[in-house]
Design a protein around this ligand. Structure first.
Ligand SMILES: [Zn+2]
Length: 126
């Protein structure tokens, strides 16, 4: 199994967004605005979760995973599955993974987590 580095959890920002929606400071249209491309990615390449959508609570959110990195060439910005990631982590030194949660029911979407994978040395803090 590979190890995740430089993990950024967006749970706090996500909860703040949901809270501001509940209190009326943010409108439904502002947060449930998934691009048709993202919704399509969720439908065909996304990975189901058992966590209900925090907005509509009717459907479980789907995770869509994107990869970015200098070494990736034409894979940059592509949607990948978890099994692709394991393979890529062996092949590349370093790339960053962004996991977006998407509700296919109400179009809620928010960054869930991002992390660095790869067989290179851990990034040094500077
Ligand atoms: Zn929803």
């Amino acid at each position: 199994m590979w190890s995740q580095r430089a993990v950024v959890d967006y749970g706090l920002a996500k909860r703040a967004t949901v809270r501001s929606l509940r209190t009326g400071r943010t409108s439904f249209d502002d947060v449930c605005d998934a691009h048709p491309y993202l919704l399509r990615a969720a439908r065909f390449h996304g990975e189901a979760t058992d966590r209900p959508c925090p907005v509509c609570e009717r459907q479980n959110v789907t995770h869509v995973t994107y990869v970015y990195g200098d070494e990736l060439g034409r894979s940059v910005g592509r949607v990948k599955s978890t099994s692709d990631l394991a393979e890529m982590a062996r092949e590349y030194r370093e790339f960053r993974v962004y996991v977006v949660e998407v509700c296919q029911g109400c179009a809620w979407n928010h960054l869930a987590v991002s992390f660095v994978l790869g067989n290179g040395d851990p990034p040094t803090e500077s």
